[in-house]
Design a binder for this molecule. Structure first.
Ligand SMILES: O=C(CO)[C@H](O)[C@H](O)COP(=O)(O)O
Ligand SMILES: [Mg+2]
Ligand SMILES: [Mg+2]
Length: 221
């Protein structure tokens, strides 16, 4: 893995592929820095990844927006069926889902144009003075793009695509908000294998990051 080529790709507003680990989800996500997202990025993620297109955000940023994890929101709510609230996923992590949102200027919220507006505007909020006020006045929930909150302590706390993609954006000196989407395999109806992802990465000149190597890097930087 060349982290440098991945960081350069992110800085150019291009994709990186991110593998977590065989012992976790064993999935590869397409990742792009949210500040650069265009309808073309969303179309590519829809076409070549096909999983759930989400926005991963830094923990402090989420706090400044007064965002909570969905499992916390549900636990504090008056909903019945509370036994349905997910504790830990089969691979041992709590989910990072928070609210799902649409930018207020979207129409249905699902088109490439709408989802790219929602994603890009989430990154833009990071740079305004009163983040929470701007967030509450610019987005509606429920919406078509799930927000994922990176754990406090980032990779020391959790080694998911949520944390790893936010870490990559931070190391690249970009806004710590990313758009991520799992890569699915239409031949096996499962997640795309690392072999097939490596082939795709080579054919398309997209850097592929191995989560294990990223964790090693993070330990010494
Ligand atoms: O479930 C997910 C949201 O579509 C994906 O796995 C995404 O990669 C973020 O989750 P995690 O941080 O657990 O990998
Ligand atoms: Mg997942
Ligand atoms: Mg994942």
């Amino acid at each position: 893995m060349s982290l440098e080529s991945a960081l350069q790709s992110l800085k150019r507003g291009e994709f990186v592929l991110l593998f977590d680990s065989a012992g976790r989800e064993n999935e590869i996500d397409m990742v792009v820095a949210a500040e650069f997202v265009t309808p073309e990025h969303v179309a590519r993620m829809r076409q070549y990844a096909g999983g759930l297109l989400c926005i991963a955000i830094d923990n402090n940023f989420a706090k400044s927006l007064e965002l909570k994890y969905m499992h916390e929101i549900l636990a504090d709510s008056s909903i019945s069926n509370k036994e349905m609230i997910m504790g830990l996923a089969p691979y041992g992590d709590h989910p990072t889902f928070s609210l799902s949102v649409n930018h207020y200027q979207t129409y249905t919220g699902i088109t490439d144009k709408d989802r790219s507006l929602t994603i890009r505007e989430m990154a833009n909020i990071f740079n305004v003075e009163n983040k929470q006020k701007k967030f509450a006045s610019s987005f509606k929930t429920p919406g078509h793009v799930p927000l994922l909150i990176a754990s406090k302590g980032l990779l020391a706390a959790r080694q998911g695509h949520t944390e790893m993609s936010v870490y990559l954006a931070q190391v690249a000196g970009l806004t710590p908000v990313t758009a991520i989407c799992e890569m699915m395999d239409a031949e096996t109806y499962s997640a795309l294998s690392v072999d097939k992802a490596e082939k795709f990465a080579k054919q398309n000149g997209i850097p592929l990051i191995d989560g294990k190597e990223l964790l090693e890097y993070a330990k010494v930087h």
